[in-house]
Design a protein around this ligand. Structure first.
Ligand SMILES: Nc1ncnc2c1ncn2[C@@H]1O[C@H](COP(=O)(O)OP(=O)(O)OP(=O)(O)O)[C@@H](O)[C@H]1O
Ligand SMILES: [Mg+2]
Length: 369
């Protein structure tokens, strides 16, 4: 052997030793890993297990001699999904990899959810040599999913009960308000002083506006949100109806906006004051006209109420009316800016601009008001 041959021989021995070393460490890893693994031999009859690592034996409860030489189907049982088994069989037939969860049975008959990753191993020639299957007991994951689903169902049921209760409360509040309204009507019939009577009628109108809010809340799907368009439409129809004015037209341009229930009462009362003012002051007897109402949600939640009536008289000195005080309080509750634009004979325009967070866009498929 010359020097070059000796070097080549030494090199080959080193490569063999390295290969053997690699195989040894691979085998040590497979034996010590917590990941259950098996190898099956599709070239032998019925594709039997030819190697199972200790993690696989721990997971299934079998001894090595009980699994070696058998097809994996002994892990299946009555609860195993036939479709999943068919998919595994098809992957084996097509020599393709598959990742699938199967319900498997241990030796003691108990079940576990097995996340199976099956891979064909081909020789360099392309010939199928083995199937390598890594598996993982994912029973805990299934249990957590089931628990979460049960918790969701329980939460959903509790919410439905709560919604029903709140709806019931709104229904009762609405009935009580209607009773108060009826009492105001009866009481006002015994009052002769026209000013006191008119004042009681305004109180009646406010109580009815509250009643409308609670009817809307009772009808609303969520019990915690009110559709502003529906509320505005109901309020204005009630008020025009009660005024007996058939010569006042209403033009509505209402975007689908929801508001939280706790804001809806203040909003309805504020709207009631604005429209009451129009019906009281803008169209003196015989003067027909139009009330245009716009609701929109953009950088703010905005309600614009415009009339083409007589316009506000020049403000010589602040009157300090109850209506004004009420509107200021309601605007504060809503975090709203109130702006009134008017001049004699030019109609009046009232803008209520609330923070956008007061409203939220109604779902597109929500039934319009
Ligand atoms: N849309 C309107 N068109 C014409 N004038 C209006 C309009 N709204 C308000 N005004 C005028 O502004 C005044 C102040 O209105 P405000 O609501 O503060 O008081 P009020 O309606 O007279 O009394 P209250 O609301 O306490 O019953 C009214 O008296 C009226 O002259
Ligand atoms: Mg007023």
């Amino acid at each position: 052997m010359d020097k070059a041959d000796a070097a080549r021989f030494a090199g080959r021995r080193r490569a063999e030793r390295a290969e053997r070393g690699e195989a040894d460490s691979f085998s040590a890893i497979v034996r010590s890993t917590h990941l259950p693994m098996i190898v099956t031999d599709p070239r032998r009859h019925d594709n039997p297990i030819v190697f199972a690592n200790p993690a696989f034996l721990r997971m299934t409860g079998y001894e090595r001699y009980e699994v070696t030489g058998r097809n994996c189907r002994f892990l299946q049982g009555p609860g195993t999904c036939p479709d999943a088994v068919a998919r595994v069989r098809e992957a084996i037939r097509a020599e393709q990899a598959i990742a699938i969860d199967l319900l498997n049975y241990r030796k003691d008959g108990s079940t576990f959810h097995n996340a199976l990753h099956l891979n064909p191993v081909h020789a360099e020639t392309g010939e199928l040599q083995f199937f390598f299957a890594a598996q993982l007991d994912v029973t805990e994951r299934y249990r957590l999913v089931r628990e979460r689903e049960a918790a969701n169902t329980a939460l959903h049921d509790a919410l439905a009960v709560q919604t029903t209760l709140v709806h019931e409360i709104d229904h009762r509040v609405k009935n009580n308000l209607q009773m108060i309204a009826a009492m105001i009507v009866l009481q006002s019939q015994r009052i002769d002083d026209p000013a006191t009577r008119a004042s009681m009628m305004e109180t009646l109108q406010r109580v009815e506006a509250l009643s409308t809010v609670h009817r809307r809340l009772h009808q609303s799907e969520s019990a915690s949100r009110v559709d502003v368009a529906g509320l505005v439409r109901d309020l204005v129809a009630d008020m025009i109806g009660a005024s007996g004015r058939s010569d006042i037209r209403v033009a509505l341009d209402l975007a689908p906006v929801l508001v939280h229930a706790e804001k809806s009462v203040a909003l309805a009362l504020l709207f009631n004051e604005i429209v009451t003012n129009i019906l009281k002051h803008a169209f003196p007897a015989g003067r027909p006209g139009t009330i245009a109402i716009r609701v929109g949600l953009a950088e703010d939640l905005r309600i614009v109420v415009e009339d083409d009536g007589v316009g506000m008289p020049p403000a010589d000195e602040p009157k300090g009316s109850f209506g004004q005080a009420l509107m200021r309080t309601l605007a504060r509750q809503l975090g709203a800016r109130l702006a009134v634009e008017s001049g004699p004979r030019s109609g009046t325009r009232v803008v209520v601009a609330m923070p956008a967070s007061v409203g939220l866009p109604a779902p597109v498929d929500a039934p319009a008001g």
